[in-house]
Design a binder for this molecule. Structure first.
Ligand code: UT7
Length: 323
């Protein structure tokens, strides 16, 4: 017997406002054609004035909990992956906790930018496997529209807002790769690359800031590091890319998604792609893709999934799970 962290519910929330690429053409020297061909993005959702990371996270979590058939009394821990929390403190996770009427357990945020959701999943898995929690709500939620420099065409056309959530529950497995749940995780960071993607402001420097990115430099690292972490995680699980039913990648750029799948030897018919509709939603992109992939009928119970992500830090990683 081995405890496994099994997904029992998934949900997502997207703000109502959809912004097509063409909307940027009036204010920036850019075009729908450039954005589509360089990134694969066609549109993205932007939060309304009264929508924040915690309100979107709460909505996504409610759906995931409904689908998991659990109520506020059933959740032992909440981990929210975000770089755009409502406040400096308390954590957005504790705000979600109170909105959901959860008064037991503990809640905290994880900040690993676009890799945040794989970091959160790995932490949730550790809590469950070590017996510290039985049911963990794992959320990725971001409001990147609030940290965009609207005069910088090289970044502001790429990002979007949204949230996705999973309920992970402890179940007994056999210890083999046939088990449902998280089978392996692999995390990395290398702060020498912190200047490639960052926000030029923050609390302890008494500033506010905007997202800055040397996109082509991040791109150079992405395919190689994502392939390596996915293959390492598969190996830890005793599996190979031939066993993969779906890659559910971080949705930053269709060229990175395709390049990584190709390097892993996985056809694009086995990759969940949402970047065209959501843009880059940072830590929200993988749980959004998991939820949308289920609604489309792509991801089915028993499927073997690889999630992988890279972002600011640089921080990157991969999680292998059987749905
Ligand atoms: O999610 C976290 C991790 N982030 C990523 O994974 C992002 C990784 N990077 C990328 O996705 C791509 O590098 C971008 C989509 C950001 C850019 O694509 P690229 O093919 O790497 O283009 P580039 O940055 O090398 O820029 C090419 C040209 C430049 O012009 P010059 O210097 O060649 O004259 C840019 O100024 O495209 C120009 N450019 C634009 N042109 C029209 C940059 N942004 C735009 C724009 N519209 N919005």
């Amino acid at each position: 017997m081995q405890p496994r962290a099994v997904v029992t519910g998934v949900g997502h929330f997207l703000p109502a406002r959809v912004v097509p690429n063409s909307e940027f053409e009036s204010t920036l020297e850019t075009s729908d054609e450039w954005i589509r061909t360089r990134s694969g993005i066609e549109r993205r959702h932007f939060a309304a004035e009264d929508e924040t990371t915690s309100t979107m996270a709460t909505a996504a979590a409610r759906t995931a909990m409904d689908r998991a058939g659990c109520g506020p009394q059933d959740i032992d821990a909440i981990i929210l992956a975000t770089s755009t929390a409502d406040y400096t403190f308390p954590s957005a996770a504790t705000m979600v906790q109170s909105e959901l009427g959860i008064t037991q357990g503990f809640a905290f945020d994880v900040q690993a930018v676009c890799a945040g959701f794989v970091y959160a999943l790995s932490n949730a898995n550790a809590l469950i496997v070590s017996g510290q929690a039985r049911r963990v709500l794992v959320i990725g939620a971001e409001t990147f529209s609030r940290i965009m420099d609207w005069t910088d065409r090289s970044t502001c056309v790429l990002f979007g807002d949204g949230a996705g959530a999973l309920v992970l529950e402890a179940q007994d497995g056999t210890g083999t790769s046939d088990d449902r749940g998280i089978l392996a995780t692999d995390l990395h960071s290398d702060g020498r690359y912190r200047d490639l993607l960052y926000v030029d402001g923050g609390v302890s420097t008494r500033t506010t800031g905007y997202l800055r990115m040397q996109g082509n430099q991040v791109f150079r690292h992405a395919i190689e590091k994502l392939t390596a972490t996915a293959e390492t995680a598969l190996e830890k699980a005793g599996l190979t890319s031939a066993d993969v039913d779906w890659i559910v990648p971080h949705q930053a750029n269709i060229r990175i998604i395709k390049g990584t799948a190709k390097k892993m030897g996985v056809g694009m018919d086995r990759v969940v792609v949402t970047v065209q509709d959501h843009g880059n939603t940072s830590a929200a992109s993988i749980p959004l893709a998991l939820s949308v992939g289920c609604e489309r009928g792509q991801i089915k119970p028993g499927d073997l999934l690889v999630t992988e992500a890279i972002g600011g830090g640089l921080a990157w990683g991969s999680v292998i799970l059987r749905w």
